[in-house]
Design a protein around this ligand. Structure first.
Ligand code: GDP
Ligand code: MG
Length: 164
């Protein structure tokens, strides 16, 4: 059975861009519009001699953005994906910095007892010191990526598949 990896995080942090990099496809919708991906999306990832299934999700939303029900629905999709997954890639936005939603998601992920890989995406043009605050989420050293530039993706795949 192939391992299942869920991409989890707030809308607009770059989950779908990472999904596309992992699967080398344009399957996932990428948009500036926060939270465009409303359903779970599954992809096959082949890396070196390993393979796993990746799930893209709409993301656990920001409260009070005026889209109440849709946000709840997307959150449900994320929780379903988390429970289907053997491990979680928790994506945060290095440009935006640490947000209360990131802390809420982290708290929830800590209750699961599943491996969590913390990815600080959008590190292009970001000072290294701004990534340090994410260390406090308690998932160890953040893994830096710039998904839209394809940077750090190979290293991330090496880390994810190390024990597969
Ligand atoms: P999602 O909502 O988490 O799935 O985020 P998306 O993958 O749809 O990306 C949201 C926006 O961020 C899009 O405009 C992407 O092009 C952009 N984006 C994704 N990764 C990066 C990155 O590494 N650097 C920068 N500067 N922008 C990125
Ligand atoms: Mg998306």
């Amino acid at each position: 059975l192939k391992p299942v990896v869920a991409l989890i995080g707030r809308p607009n942090v770059g989950k779908s861009t990472l999904f596309n990099q992992f699967t080398k496809s344009r399957q996932a919708l990428v948009a500036d519009l926060a939270g465009l991906t409303r359903d779970r999306q599954y992809g096959d990832v082949f890396f070196e001699n390993k393979s796993f299934i990746v799930i893209d999700t709409g993301g656990i939303g920001e409260a009070d953005d005026g889209k109440g029900n849709i946000d709840d629905y997307m959150a449900t999709q994320s929780y379903t994906a988390i429970h289907e997954a053997d491990m979680v890639v928790f994506v945060v936005d290095a440009r935006a910095g640490l947000t209360p939603s990131d802390e809420e998601i982290a708290k929830f992920l800590h209750t699961l007892g599943k491996p969590v890989f913390l990815v600080t995406n959008k590190t292009d043009g970001v000072h290294e010191a701004s990534i340090a605050e994410f260390f406090g989420l308690g998932f160890g050293e953040p893994i830096p990526t710039s998904a839209s530039h394809g940077k750090g993706v190979t290293s991330l795949l090496e880390i994810i598949t190390a024990d597969m």
